[in-house]
Design a protein around this ligand. Structure first.
Ligand code: TYM
Length: 328
């Protein structure tokens, strides 16, 4: 089975990225031939700092390994190192509907937040479709916020197949059962967002210090009740905390609920913070060790790029060929 997923280098990664991304990458790599892509070309679609992009690419590589990816087993690479991605995006733009792109919630939300809305922010899902389709992917481990983008990739693949001949299989999404949409601790009706301001108290980052994590969980918004009970609609704050605890410890909701039965929220919130600290501490330590050796990271990135180039080339060639381009 072929597995593919991507993650943007910019923005300090959050426990939402852990729940929907990192954790699933490490798990899915055991189940087939896996590709994980640091999607730097996606990062330029909103305001960004070029120096930060450069260093955050290595930061993210180290984080991917620290959270369990094995570079001997999986292909981990940077999108801009493999030119097929930019090419595939242009070719697929011929079979992507303008109307469908305009309906993407992420485009609408981010578009509202930025003064300058780039064309890249609009066409971004086409680039993502290319990422996935170039590798003949069967399974895409992602969080819930990427569901609509994956649908668009499938639609583009189907349209390509029917216009130019069978070229792509249809990829399926894999969403975690728990933690597919981790919410902001201060605003549990909104997704915990990597691109929130770095000081945002509702966003827990992979590299936050233990004290910062404690503080964020202590001040998490709950409700006026006392029941630690999972009910997404009625108790969004508490439910989010239960889910985060379940992601951190592997415990069921029922077990967590019964432990805090009749105790109110204070202790519960503190314990969720401690569980997250316990989860992140070994990851942070491993991350620091890996990040310190830039030469080794560069060496691994070159190996990843070579494998990804070789693997994507035949599909790109087939696309050009079926679309009628004269080849040399
Ligand atoms: P990105 O970089 O925003 O996020 C990486 C992964 O983290 C998940 N995620 C979350 N999961 C649960 N709760 C949250 N609050 C949360 N926030 C983020 C995302 O769902 C994602 O799985 N467009 C993609 C990157 C991409 C990609 C691809 C993914 C580019 N090409 C091809 C899969 C296949 C993105 O910006 O993810």
């Amino acid at each position: 089975m072929r597995i593919f997923s991507g993650i943007q280098p910019t923005g300090a990664k959050t426990i939402g990225n852990y729940a929907g991304g990192f954790r699933q990458y490490a798990e899915t790599q055991e189940r087939g031939d896996a590709f994980f892509c640091i999607v730097d070309l996606h990062s330029i679609t909103v305001e960004y700092d070029p120096e930060e992009l450069r260093s955050s690419t290595l930061d993210l590589y180290a984080m991917l390994i620290a959270t369990g990816l094995d570079p001997d087993r999986s292909t981990i690479f940077v999108q801009s190192h493999v030119s097929a991605h930019a090419e595939a995006a242009w070719l697929l733009s011929a079979v992507t509907s303008y109307g469908q792109l305009g309906r993407m919630t992420q485009f609408k939300e981010k578009g509202e937040r930025h003064e300058f809305v780039s064309a890249g922010l609009f066409t971004y899902p086409v680039l993502m479709a290319g990422d996935i389709l170039l590798y003949q992917t069967d399974l895409v481990p992602i969080g819930d916020d990427q569901r609509q983008h994956l649908e668009l990739a499938r639609d583009a693949a189907e349209r390509f197949n029917s216009r130019f001949g069978e070229t792509f299989g249809l990829p399926e999404g894999q969403y975690p059962e728990i933690g597919a949409r981790v919410m902001d601790l201060q605003d549990p009706k909104s997704k915990m967002s990597t691109s929130a301001p770095i000081a945002a108290q509702g966003v827990v980052r992979m590299l936050d210090e233990p004290d910062a994590i404690r503080k964020k969980f202590k001040s998490a918004v709950t409700d006026s009740g006392r029941d630690v009970r999972h009910d997404r609609d009625g108790k969004p704050g508490v439910s989010n905390l239960i889910e985060i605890m379940s992601v951190a410890t592997g415990e069921t909701f029922a077990k967590i609920e019964s432990r805090y039965d009749g105790q109110g929220y204070g202790r519960f919130k503190e314990d969720v913070g401690e569980a997250v600290i316990e989860l992140l501490q070994p990851i942070q330590q491993r991350y620091r060790e890996l990040r310190a050796d830039e030469r080794e990271l560069h060496r691994l990135l070159e190996l990843g790029a070579d494998k990804a180039r070789a693997e994507s080339a035949p599909t790109l060639a087939a696309m050009y060929d079926r679309m009628g381009f004269a080849r040399l």
